[in-house]
Design a binder for this molecule. Sequence first.
Ligand code: UGA
Length: 434
Amino acid sequence: MKIAIVGTGYVGLVTGTCLSETGNDVTCVDINKQKVMMMQQGQLPIYEPGLEALFQRNIIHERLRFTDNLAEAIEHAEVIFLALPTPPGGDGSADLSYVLGAAKDIANLITDYKVIVTKSTVPVGTADKVRAVFKQHTDIEIAVVSNPEFLREGVAVEDFMKPDRVVVGTTDERARKLMAELYAPYVRQGNPIIFMDERSSELTKYAANSFLAAKITFMNEIANLCELVGANVDMVRLGVGSDDRIGKRFLFPGIGYGGSCFPKDVQALAKSAEDNDYHFRILNAVMETNAIQKKIMVEKLKKYYNDDLKGRKFAIWGLAFKPETDDIREAPALEIIGELLNEGAQIVAFDPEAANNVKYLLGDKIEYVDDHYDALAGADALLILTEWSIFRNPDFALIQKSLKAKVIFDGRNLYDLDKMTELGFYYNSIGRKT
Ligand code: UGA
């Protein structure tokens, strides 16, 4: 099938690359000429495990192409994916100007039937808005399909190639057949392609992300309570997660959810509920609670150091909002660093992938090192903010030798409590005894 992908951000690139892998002819288009040039030369602009190999292979086999020319990209395409940013606008609702702008440009160029697929996370009613833009600018028949993505950064290729489900919102029979054909190779294990109307599909995406954000937030609050009542959240997690209705996944407490999706989507769903005169109480509580959770480590540090962090030196392991990504959007680490700097503390940080992004944002306000053990020299404590695998089984003797005091604040519960007691560390984690 001939496909065009408009927007080569994270979603567009993964979608385009993975669609070319099953033999489709994919052209990705972006307005950023420099980025397009880079991709034409075989350089992948993002870090995502497993993507590089697919990207290179499909470029070589000429199934994956890049251009900054929209007309060229869509000329032969039967299906056009819109994978454009929908950043939060001033009032918290998703800004649709990129999506609707591209719809207008495409409408002015097409000469035959096209299936227009919204892949970006868009508020309920967007398919209707896209359709209206087309109606305004062309008489050519089109179908608008909502096809939300459920990719997790770090495992996006796997999520695309073997999705739990594919959600397709359309009432157009021709589009439905094309989408069924396009996704058939990805659901061979029997996972469903769920067809529905556009509005239900658009809402499914927000409901899924908001539910997951609420699930994490609930566990974070249980963890906070565990600390107060002397329970161990690891045990509580296993106890509740073994109930199939609850499920084992996404129950790990931490220092708050971040990333480019959950914070934005929870906020946008709450806003869209308000716009429909519905006060979505749980979502408001989730946002408020998560903001507090992101500061919980700073509160613990203040308590430990009697409200005086001035001149203290902290080693930070992990800056990305989660492992296997260089993404720092809404990362708890940024919030924690900001607060610690305000308190007059000094920071030396290590992250396997995200350090450059933080450097770009914070410059020399903090120090960066290339090896995680180098961050420790003379620090008052080690703070663990992202659960990268490299931190899971460290050389504790080396940590002990380098740190000024045997103090670890762990926002991701990486270490065994008994082991830490045995080693004589002051070890403060989330929802477990100190
Ligand atoms: C999330 C969803 O999981 C994807 O299904 C969705 O497609 C994507 O958003 C999106 O809308 O594009 P992602 O943001 O990449 O994916 O990351 P997750 O692995 O879901 O983690 C989100 C946040 O929750 C992270 O800050 C992570 O540290 C936190 N988290 C996750 C926990 O604190 N505890 C957990 O048990 C799981």
